[in-house]
Design a protein around this ligand. Structure first.
Ligand code: ADP
Ligand code: 5GP
Length: 209
């Protein structure tokens, strides 16, 4: 059976990266898509691990070649999801996670209505700022930009199927996993089974007549 396409969004600093790392270490049914970006690598980031870091020209060429499922501009840089890996992993039965922002998330939902949209948030705005500052990877100016962006992104929270509060990390990982498991049972993802049992019931009924 094909895997579930999971879209995970959340304010910068909400803990998405941390959660994904823990989720991947804990369970083996997930594949995490690696995005392409024009933003510069942060200290400790490696090309091909956190992101494929490319130039603007390379990114625009990939768009033209139809190599991305979706893409968006975030705080002055391009970010996009390469198509091939996602298709490959879904066909192999993996649940594929796209850790992307809201414009991209809505593009994915349009293209793949059966995808599962999750939004991760810290318990409060103060805690978000504390985490962004505490991470120590951004200048005060960029932190200000990202907090302003969070304000805009919050306007789109209702468009997601589940809101997941990342307070206790372990609890949040378990909650994410149980949401994905519950999503397997949604009728839209079980069309073949529904058709089969309908057919069987019809055959039995006809046999009894
Ligand atoms: P994002 O990928 O959403 O931008 P990160 O995963 O980089 O966020 O997390 C931002 C900061 O918050 C990091 O310093 C991380 O260690 C910390 N953090 C993540 N989850 C929690 C949590 N549940 N409680 C406290 N701190 C957290
Ligand atoms: P960061 O610079 O903190 O790594 O990421 C900034 C924002 O870009 C985050 O909200 C992250 O989820 C989003 N992002 C990362 N990859 C992609 C992608 O492939 N497509 C889109 N649309 N957003 C992405």
């Amino acid at each position: 059976m094909k895997g579930i396409l999971i879209v995970l969004s959340g304010f910068s600093g909400a803990g998405k990266g941390t959660l994904m790392k823990k989720l991947m270490q804990t369970y083996d049914n997930y594949a995490l898509s690696i995005s392409m970006t024009t933003r510069a690598p942060r200290e400790g980031e490696t090309n091909g691990r956190e992101y494929f870091f490319v130039s603007r020209e390379e990114f625009e060429k990939t768009i033209e070649e139809n190599g991305l499922i979706e893409y968006a501009c975030y705080c002055g840089n391009y970010y996009g999801t390469p198509k091939a890996y996602v298709e490959e992993q879904l066909s192999a039965g993996k649940d594929v996670i796209l850790e992307i922002e809201i414009q991209g998330a809505l593009q994915v939902k349009e293209l793949f209505p059966e995808s599962l949209l999750l939004f991760v948030t810290p318990p409060s705005a103060e805690e978000l700022e504390r985490r962004l500052v505490g991470r120590g990877t951004e200048t005060p100016e960029v932190i200000k930009q990202r907090m302003a962006r969070a304000c805009e992104e919050a306007q789109g929270m209702e468009k997601y199927e589940y809101i997941v509060v990342n307070d206790d990390l372990e609890k949040c990982v378990a909650e994410l996993h149980s949401i994905v498991n519950a999503a397997r049972n949604i009728p839209g993802r079980n069309g073949a089974f529904i058709d089969k049992i309908k057919e069987e019931l019809k055959t039995l009924k006809e046999g009894a007549e």
